[in-house]
Design a protein around this ligand. Structure first.
Ligand code: TYD
Ligand code: MG
Length: 454
């Protein structure tokens, strides 16, 4: 290796040979910092030395590779496996990001302790001392017979030990504390994080060790520093929660080995994280009293149904351009729905500020929330509560028509299970057979649906 001086953006990790005030890649200002980058001596000449025959031998039939293709190995924590698409794949790298204090270390300590008898887990801690980790494991009552711990932040050391130890799963807590000797820049810098991660990824790919990198999230929401980390790994999970809520949601934003849409749910307790395998009603906060501006809907998250409360606050605006604020749903879509509400149901909100919030910090990405959102808006505007035992779902089209959503019957069944007695749904979602305990009223048009509320 030889060293070359270059400049690196501390926001996106891009390299530049010259300094400039603005990063040519991401456009951030004053983020280019001098960094010593190791340039491996290799390629051109090295490649020529290989005979063509030797190179040809490196090309293999896809069949042969597929024969030993990845199998997910369950971690022993069902909700984590769900987000991972079935479990950990040997030789893969997973990045788990989240705010400090959300429970990343706790979750992975629990996951390593829950592994089967054939697992050889290694927990590398760069943030807490061995004593702190052991005390936590004891307090959580974890079985730590097979769990091996290492307090180290230097990647070369870790890899040398891991090569000897050959763990089946290795957790790096956290990638921000790691550094490599190959670079001179300070630990914690983008270059260090990226290079350390690259070496760990290379290690995972060469063997059967599944590597889990823990990463802290910056205030911008990206896993601290280099977004490039997300591209280097096989799966990226985010661990999130609403402030002051004890519930935690783990979400895959990328997964090379499985679907990236399943959520895992946990509750933080004094005995660590507890799985919530039936999360459908955990975000419902309201009691039995009827509240103006609040509607309950059923959305499909992954393969499960979730009951969510949508709140709206509509109030006379003092502004020339009244505010449209959507938390947990799409603000552009809110604007569009309010226009449909005006044109097709004659309800104007031009002189009103409209705030919409999905309770519990969840994000709704599906169109089934259109109708309940407008029901909440109308309820707030008219100061008339929606019945507490009513659920609503349905997409609203630009012509004011109510369009069906997928899995209508499953949604209704879930609502009935949680004691909802009435539902307003798109006509095409009316179940062929009655669902016990819930009276379903179909609506074909926005006007019909709103009339049903009276
Ligand atoms: P931690 O796993 O250290 O978070 P991270 O690694 O993401 O920074 O979790 C720390 C928080 O979790 C801390 O505020 C205390 C809380 N906690 C509990 O409530 N119960 C528990 O059993 C444990 C271990 C932590
Ligand atoms: Mg931690």
């Amino acid at each position: 290796m030889r060293e070359k001086l270059s400049y690196q953006c501390q926001a996106c990790g891009a390299q530049a040979s010259k300094w400039s005030g603005q990063c040519p890649d991401c456009g951030e200002w004053n983020t280019l910092l001098e960094s010593a980058v190791a340039v491996p001596r290799r390629s051109a000449r090295g490649a020529q030395l290989h005979g063509v025959a030797e190179l040809a031998a490196r090309i293999v039939d896809a069949d042969e590779v597929a024969a030993e293709a990845e199998g997910h190995k369950p971690t022993g924590i069902g909700e984590l496996d769900r987000a991972l698409g079935g479990g950990l794949v040997p030789g893969s790298v997973v990045l788990i990001g989240g705010d400090p204090g959300i429970g990343k270390s706790t979750l992975l300590l629990q996951a390593l302790a829950a592994g089967g008898d054939d697992e050889r887990p290694l927990y590398v801690t760069g943030e807490e001392s061995l004593r702190q980790v052991t005390l936590r494991a004891q307090r959580l009552g974890l079985s730590t017979e097979r769990l091996r711990l290492l307090a180290e932040t230097q990647v070369e050391q870790i890899l040398a030990l891991a090569a000897r130890e050959r763990p089946t799963v290795m957790v790096i807590d956290s990638i921000q504390t790691m550094h490599t000797d190959a670079l001179q820049s300070a630990p914690g810098s983008v270059a260090q994080i990226r290079e350390s991660a690259a070496r760990l990824v290379q290690f995972a790919k060469q063997g059967d060790t599944a590597v889990i990198l823990i990463g802290h999230v910056t205030k911008e929401g990206a896993i601290a520093g280099p977004r490039v980390l997300e591209h280097m790994v096989d799966a990226v999970l985010y661990f999130e929660s609403e402030s002051d809520s004890r519930y935690r949601v783990i979400r895959a934003v990328k997964n090379r080995f499985g679907a990236a849409n399943e959520l895992g749910f946990f509750a933080m307790t004094e005995r660590g994280l507890r799985e919530v395998s039936n999360p459908s009603a955990i975000f419902l906060s309201r009691g039995d009293s009827d509240v103006a501006g609040s509607t309950v809907t059923v959305v499909r998250e992954g393969t499960r149904m979730l009951l969510l409360e949508i709140q709206a606050l509509v109030d006379v605006s003092q502004l020339a351009h009244p505010r449209r604020v959507a938390v947990g749903s799409d603000a552009n879509r809110l604007g569009m729905l309010l226009a449909a509400l005006h044109r097709h149901a004659g309800i104007a909100t031009q002189d009103q500020d409209v705030f919409v919030n999905v309770v519990g910090g969840m994000r709704i990405a599906e169109t089934g929330a259109d109708l309940p959102l407008l029901v909440a808006v109308v309820s707030s505007l008219s100061a008339r509560p929606v019945a507490a035992d009513l659920v609503v779902f349905g997409e609203v089209g630009l012509a004011g028509e109510i369009r069906p959503v997928a899995y209508g019957e499953e949604r209704l069944a879930e609502a009935a299970k949680h004691g909802f007695k009435r539902a307003i749904v798109p006509t095409a979602n009316k179940p062929r057979r009655a669902i016990k305990g819930i009276q379903v009223t179909p609506a074909a048009h926005l006007g019909d649906a709103l009339a049903l509320l009276k």
